[in-house]
Ligand binder design. Structure first.
Ligand SMILES: *Cc1c(COP(=O)(O)O)cnc(C)c1O
Length: 478
């Protein structure tokens, strides 16, 4: 394929859009410029390939396809069947999974499908059996009422939000926290690491139906073999949410005890983070949960997004190529180079480093809140996000941490030398930023002072760092 084809495809697409609503075409073009010019260190973002992006922009978007491959509630789904079956096959092969369900629209949807598949398997099915009926519609009013109460009275043990867990793992404002009686495990205050003995103790005391592993802001490997043993010891179903690190599993950086797929009963993921696919979700599971997982619609979902399933098939095919393993290794090499660069300059890092794609800086070491640090870095052309650190004194809004990740910059081709320069830029901004004061003289958690000339200078240096690694080099919209 000529590189010219990519340019022509996107240019033509914008021309077609511009004829209807030019402001949308302009915004799409402006977004490319922004993404090209900023040093993107958001740990959950990436840059999908042109093939993945183009697979989404077409008439598959128009199709309803409730059901599963070959068993649809709508006619005319043969082409959707083709792409859904392909995406699932690539997912099974890539991750060595017995079963893959590629319909979830996002990570949160994948988790809801997984939670309800487990509830259906472990709570609903036994109730149906006991009542000697085949499906819930056949239950008496009294049995249905009792089952609903039981479904709503189950326990989940997951990682706490401030230790790096995700809000879908039982955080009260999220539906998962309202569905389940949740308890969380944290990390050891001294080391910042998961203390498996404490997790085992919590599991013994609490006896959860589901033990959840996985995280959004924990910079270390997790031993999924040990978590599975803990789950087994209390009869819990072991679920892993690998939304953040699926790319490292796909690229065989996480193997053995650190690969969740052979150890978990059920694994959920997003497809757009380190996996570098379209925005979406996916569930992998052991054979005994497959039927329940495939009932994601009507359990949780309506119609799938066939255009996104097509893009999942493309991205998963890309992830099966040998160069994806090389990409995954470079993500970790880069994160470690960034961590070392920051440590050498005196930054304080949660757990003292990283063995995955992300680094969590405790910015209290610079006398700043996460909010102040995030804004000062943004002024300097460096895009990150603030994040709680364990036992965060500033809460989930202001926070004391900055989370940075390397999947996106690694896609652009930046390497370890550039990570050291990135560490220098970040450290310079954070040392030159000071906390601001409120009008009454008290310390502000949001206001900060940073010389705008310095911010401009850093932003130019960030752009220089990116210049040798153009984003979507084949695409020229001019
Ligand atoms: C990002 C993330 C999700 C949610 O994914 P969305 O696609 O934004 O819904 C769920 N779980 C974890 C661990 C995540 O990091």
């Amino acid at each position: 394929m000529s590189r010219n084809a990519e340019s022509t495809a996107f240019r033509s697409a914008l021309e077609v859009i511009r004829a209807v609503e030019p402001r949308v075409a302009d915004a799409i073009g402006a977004e490319l410029t922004d993404q090209r010019e900023s040093l993107k260190l958001i740990a959950s973002e990436n840059y999908a390939s042109p093939a993945t992006l183009l697979a989404m922009g077409n008439w598959f978007s128009d199709k309803y396809a409730e059901g599963t491959v070959g068993r649809r509630f709508y006619a005319g789904c043969q082409n959707v069947d083709t792409v859904e079956a392909l995406a699932a096959e690539h997912a099974r092969e890539l991750f060595g999974a017995a079963h893959a369900y590629v319909q979830p629209h996002s990570g949160i949807d994948a988790n809801l499908v997984a939670f309800w598949a487990v509830l259906a398997d472990r709570v609903e099915s036994p109730a149906l059996k006991k009542a000697q009926v085949r499906q819930v519609n056949d239950l008496t009013e009294a049995d249905w009422f009792a089952l609903r109460r039981e479904l709503g009275n189950q326990r989940m043990l997951g990682m706490s939000l401030d230790a790096g867990g995700h809000l879908t793992h039982g955080f009260r404002p999220n539906i998962s926290g309202k569905m389940f009686d949740q308890r969380s495990y944290g990390t050891d205050p001294a080391t910042g690491l998961i203390d498996y003995d404490r997790v085992a103790e919590a599991a013994r005391e609490f006896k959860p139906l589901i033990l959840v592993g996985g995280y959004s802001a924990y910079p270390r490997k997790v031993n999924f073999r040990i978590l599975r043993e803990i789950a087994d010891s209390v009869g819990a179903t072991f679920m892993v949410d690998m939304a953040h690190f699926a790319g490292l599993v796909a690229g065989k950086v996480f193997t053995g005890d650190f690969d969740p797929v052979p150890h978990a009963h059920i694994v959920t993921t997003t497809t757009h983070k380190s996996l570098r696919g379209p925005r979406g979700g996916m569930v992998l599971c052991q054979p005994e949960l497959a039927d329940q997982v495939d009932r994601g619609c009507p359990m949780v979902l309506g119609g799938p997004l066939p255009h996104v399933m097509a893009a999942k098939a493309v991205a998963l095919a890309e992830a099966r190529r040998p160069d994806f393993a090389d990409y995954a290794q470079r993500i970790v090499d880069n994160a470690q180079a960034l961590a070392e660069g920051l440590l050498r300059r005196g930054a304080k890092l949660v757990t003292g480093g990283t063995d995955n794609h992300l680094v969590l800086i405790d910015v209290s070491g610079y006398g700043l809140t996460g909010r102040q640090a995030e804004q000062a870095l943004l002024d300097s052309g460096i895009v990150t996000n603030r994040n709680s650190v364990p036992q965060d004194p500033n809460g989930a809004w202001y926070t004391s941490g900055i989370r940075i990740g390397t999947p996106a910059l690694t896609t652009r081709g930046l390497g370890t030398a550039e990570m050291d320069q990135t560490a220098e830029l970040i450290h310079t901004v954070l040392t030159q930023t000071t906390a601001g004061a409120n009008a009454d003289g008290t310390a502000s958690k949001a206001k900060y002072n940073l010389d705008p000339d310095l911010a401009d200078k850093i932003a130019r240096q960030a752009t220089d760092l990116l210049a040798p690694h153009p984003l979507y080099p084949a695409i020229d919209l001019a």
